[in-house]
Design a protein around this ligand. Structure first.
Ligand code: TEU
Ligand code: CA
Length: 538
């Protein structure tokens, strides 16, 4: 298996709206990112996954694109984008763009044309279907509540939208659609980008009238065609967002012999704190033994037929420090433990903006404080279904996407220095304690643990290429070896609020990293709550 740059770097995800506002309109923007490239260079990351910055009416905050080759006015200009690419490349930081091609905005020129009538040449760029008994064609539901079919009065047909009504699904069975997507991708590749994160790419093979959404029959034909027509000629990072992936399915996407993608985001671990067969809003406590089993499966079952991405957070997920860590009395220790546990595994690690300074969830007390369409639709749907408002807000505070989208605080000044205006979404009230300036000023901060992990990966091939081997422990202790060319590291973490026992026969030959005290022996020790350390054992 030949080696690629995207196996060796740590990727940092930026949600531009909430990263840094350079012009005082309360909305993060491209020039705001340029202003912070030195900070990201200090962190040591090798690539930025940039959430969508294309022209959009922002029904889903940029994941509803009305022009793939123009920059959203609020984020700046194409000249700003070109400058960001140039300035990032000067710092050996690649820019990975977000490719959102399962659907467009309903304000995209293609859909404006398609809605003009059944005979319009763009009509079957989208998925239309006649009513069945005067109703929607089938029971498919939108991820944002309600039916996945929207009735179009003018033509008497429904169109498909697996997300919001303003995000009509593209018809990937039409080769003109695929070619138009590839042409757009090559426009961005010619600009020197580092790759693509592919939004819900497992859905583009859908067969909606048969109720098939993810992993449809032609999905991999399309991806192999896309590879050949665009990035396959370049060494780019391509990561598919594939909610339904198992290791077997992941191999179909990322086995180098298949010439599809570099890797996928799998979400099996992310679904472990929801009641089986229900929605993410139907909560259940995380079981660390279950989490360990899932992560170990992904570490051991891809083999050489694929490559893992490693993440706890993104712009759709609640802050992991609040979700499965302890954001109260053990905020710093548990944040560092989560970082050490993840970054010592095999795969490409992703840091989501604010994770490196230990940002936590931001509870709301009233739905008026929410911004995200998924949350607002859920609130109204469940209210209508008879759920109590208190229960709905409990679910929203645990799983709502706004938790990840609260603006970054750069210092303790008003609005955390994120903006001189009014932030589009209020910051967490703790920004005077949790901000970048405070993190950089404190040698014991979470930031420096992330910086050290990123540097360790650059200096130690074992972190990238080493074999993974689980250590048998009590449920709440997650420990494993990494072994490479005779070198062997032992990772030990206590994923709990309680002291836990641990023992190993190995002798410590060197200390690599820890989140507090360094151990002097591995024999019959007691791990403090959230304690984490890595030692060389030969
Ligand atoms: O997310 C896909 C997706 O399914 C998520 O919306 C998920 O179902 C939900 O957030 C529960 O966690 C991608 C993007 O990451 C997301 O921001 C977009 O809203 C969505 O696709 C549509 O483009
Ligand atoms: Ca701005």
């Amino acid at each position: 298996m030949n080696k690629h740059w995207w196996q060796e770097v740590v990727v940092y995800q930026i949600y531009p709206r909430s990263f840094n506002d350079s012009n005082g309109d309360g909305i993060g923007d491209l020039r705001g990112i340029i202003e912070k490239l030195d900070y990201l260079e200090k962190l040591g990351i090798g690539a930025i996954w940039l959430s969508p910055v294309y022209q959009s009416p922002n029904d889903d905050n940029g994941y509803d694109i009305s022009d793939y080759e123009a920059i959203m006015d609020e984020f700046g200009t194409m000249a700003d984008m070109d400058e960001l690419l140039a300035e990032a490349n000067k710092r050996q930081i690649k820019i990975v763009m977000d490719l959102v091609v399962n659907h467009t905005s309903d304000e995209h020129a293609w859909f404006v044309e398609a809605k003009k009538g059944k005979n319009n040449p763009y009509r079957d760029y989208y998925v239309w279907a006649d009513p069945v008994d005067g109703q929607a064609p089938n029971e498919l539901r939108s991820a944002f509540s309600g039916s996945a079919w929207e009735f179009d009065d003018a033509s008497g047909q429904y169109y498909l939208h697996l997300f919001s009504k303003k995000q009509p699904d593209l018809n990937w069975e039409k080769s003109d659609v695929r070619q138009a997507v590839y042409d757009m991708m090559n426009f961005w590749i010619d600009k020197g980008i580092g790759g693509f994160r592919m939004d819900v790419i497992d859905l583009v093979g859908k067969v909606p009238l048969e109720g098939i959404t993810g992993n449809g029959p032609h999905l991999h034909d399309y991806l192999q065609e896309m590879n050949q027509a665009t990035f396959g000629q370049h060494d780019l990072l391509t990561v598919g967002e594939t909610w339904g992936a198992t290791p077997e399915i992941a191999k179909l996407y990322s086995d180098p012999e298949r010439h599809e993608l570099s890797m996928v985001f799998q979400f099996e671990h992310i679904g472990l704190d929801q009641q089986p067969g229900k929605e993410k809003w139907d909560l259940k406590p995380i079981d660390i033994a279950e989490l360990k089993a899932v992560l170990v499966k992904w570490q051991t079952e891809l083999g050489d037929e694929g490559w893992n991405s490693l993440f706890w957070n993104n712009h759709d997920l609640p802050r992991m420090l609040s979700r499965w860590g302890n954001d109260q009395e053990y905020r710093v220790a548990s944040a560092k433990m989560l970082a050490i546990l993840l970054h010592m595994m095999k795969g490409t690690p992703y840091i989501y903006q604010g994770e490196e300074i230990g940002m936590v969830n931001t509870p709301i007390t009233d739905i008026s404080q929410a911004e995200d369409i998924e949350t607002i639709n859920l609130y109204h749907e469940r209210l209508a279904e008879g759920y109590t408002e208190a229960d709905i807000l409990t679910s929203i505070n645990a799983k709502g996407r706004d938790n990840a989208r609260r603006p970054i605080a750069w210092d303790a000044s008003e609005n955390g220095g994120f903006t001189t205006g009014t932030p589009w979404l209020a910051l967490n009230a703790n920004y005077q304690e949790i901000n970048v300036e405070a993190a950089l000023a404190n040698p014991q901060s979470i930031f420096y643990t992330y910086q050290q992990l990123v540097q360790l990966r650059k200096d130690n091939p074992i972190m990238i290429w080493g074999d993974f081997e689980l250590v048998s422990t009590v449920d709440e202790v997650f420990s494993y070896y990494r072994t490479y060319e005779g070198e062997r590291w032992l990772v030990v973490t206590n994923f709990s609020n309680e002291a836990q026992p641990f023992t190993a026969e190995d002798e410590i030959s060197a200390h690599v990293i820890d989140n507090g005290e360094s151990v002097t022996t591995l024999k019959d020790i007691t791990l403090q709550p959230w304690q984490a350390f890595v030692v060389k054992v030969n």
